[in-house]
Design a protein around this ligand. Structure first.
Ligand SMILES: [Zn+2]
Length: 417
């Protein structure tokens, strides 16, 4: 991809109203543009990175037997009345009346829609367990959107729902999802910790959140120094426990700030009972389906990947998420440099290589390469040519070397591993 053709405009100045580093970098790099409060357009580089995050989520869900589907965003209010959430949820649930005067909502989560599907499709214990998931747009009219892509009103989410015949099956599957989530965060270049959470409006049994430790997080976490206990402060205040002593081992709890990057819940039969989603068990008895639900904010993940992977000069994309693997820079106006860059662009693959072919000076182009943060920079310049080839630089470590043209591919590949 030629940068001269790419729909993007980088900014030299740090935006004044952005507190979080990911917000500042995503704006400065031209990856996102605010359209309204908590509502952003994603430019092609951001969308490529987000698609890669979504693809990792898809892969992890498929590995544990998840079946991808698509549930509607616009839903009749009657579904949400069945569970009582139409009245229980505040103005964050967007409501509207359609042209036939039917009351509707824009879904902020999909328990009602998926339970409605399940009650029509699942009849027998032989169909269980089953897990479905989707990756799509949600709308939540947040009172206080913040931090760029951290707390949005319109966002991309991966949400999954599992159905079970008994508690043992739900608990076993919950463990498999937990492992899949840990793998997902590691593959995206994020160290997320699992903490006990409050089930809140979701209702039901066990609940956990996955947190990126960050001073700019809005959640307060309590981590035990002596054992693996970790919880959101909200949990202890519910349970009316003191926040300093570990409820498991009486060790000392440390307070940290975190950004939630995912959550998992054992919903039990809350939704299936409310909506009449029953199955016939092996003894012929009619029972409500047990459910689990599992979310990852894909838009928020994009911000968190940047939050966890940057330096003073810009974004440092993990290879797994980077919009392009290679940032090719051609410097100078000499025809042989231009020709060499064209050959490199073709050799490294236009699909994986962003080529800065703009007629700009070296300072600006190298600055933009650091800001945009692709894992490997390849620079074709008269100076590098005189030294025997092109300059190959690893964005994360800053290690730089001259590579002859016939070894560029090998050097780049070794840096991308
Ligand atoms: Zn402890």
């Amino acid at each position: 991809m030629r940068l001269s053709q790419l729909l993007i405009k980088t900014e030299q100045q740090t935006p004044a109203d952005a507190d979080l580093i990911s917000h500042r970098l995503l704006l400065r790099s031209g990856l996102i543009r605010q359209v309204s409060t908590g509502i952003y357009s994603l430019t092609p580089l951001a969308w490529r990175a987000m698609q890669r995050i979504a693809e990792i989520a898809r892969d992890e869900m498929n590995r544990i037997g998840g079946q991808e589907l698509l549930l509607p965003v616009a839903q009749p209010a009657s579904l949400w009345r069945e569970t009582g959430r139409y009245a229980a949820i505040d103005a964050s649930l967007a409501r509207f009346t359609d042209r036939n005067r039917q009351e509707m909502v824009l879904a902020m989560t999909h328990e009602e829609a998926v339970t409605d599907l399940a009650r029509h499709v699942i009849q027998s214990h032989r169909q269980l367990p089953v897990m479905v998931y989707q990756i799509q747009t949600k709308f939540r009219d947040e009172a206080r959107p913040r931090g760029g892509l951290i707390r949005l009103r319109e966002f991309q989410m991966k949400d999954a729902y599992s159905f079970h015949a008994d508690a043992q099956s739900l608990t076993e599957f919950y463990g498999r999802v937990t492992a899949a989530y840990k793998s997902f965060y590691a593959r995206c270049g994020i160290q997320a910790i699992q903490v006990e959470s409050d089930a809140g409006m979701m209702g039901g049994g066990d609940a956990h959140e996955f947190m990126l430790l960050s001073d700019s997080g809005e959640d307060t976490l309590l981590l035990c120094d002596a054992c693996a206990y970790a919880a959101n402060l909200e949990v202890l205040e519910l349970q009316q426990l003191t926040g300093d002593i570990c409820p498991r081992c009486e060790g000392t709890l440390r307070r940290m700030r975190g950004i939630e990057v995912g959550n998992i819940f054992q919903l039990g039969t809350k939704y299936s009972e409310a909506m009449g989603a029953f199955f016939t068990d092996s003894q012929g008895a009619r029972k409500p389906l047990l459910m689990g639900c599992y979310g990852i904010g894909i838009s928020r993940m994009l911000a968190c990947v940047v939050e966890a992977n940057h330096d003073g000069a810009g974004i440092v994309w993990p290879t797994s998420v980077a919009p392009y693997a290679v940032h090719l820079v051609s410097l100078g106006h000499e025809p042989e440099i231009r020709t060499m860059a064209e050959e490199l662009h073709a050799m490294l693959g236009a699909e994986n290589t962003l080529w800065d072919d703009r007629p700009l000076g070296a300072g600006r182009k190298l600055q933009d390469a650091d800001l945009l943060g692709m894992p490997v920079r390849v620079t074709a310049s008269p100076r590098a040519l005189a030294a025997g080839g092109v300059e190959v630089r690893h964005r994360q470590t800053g290690r730089t070397r001259i590579a002859a043209l016939d070894e560029v591919q090998m050097v780049v590949d070794s840096l991308l591993q």
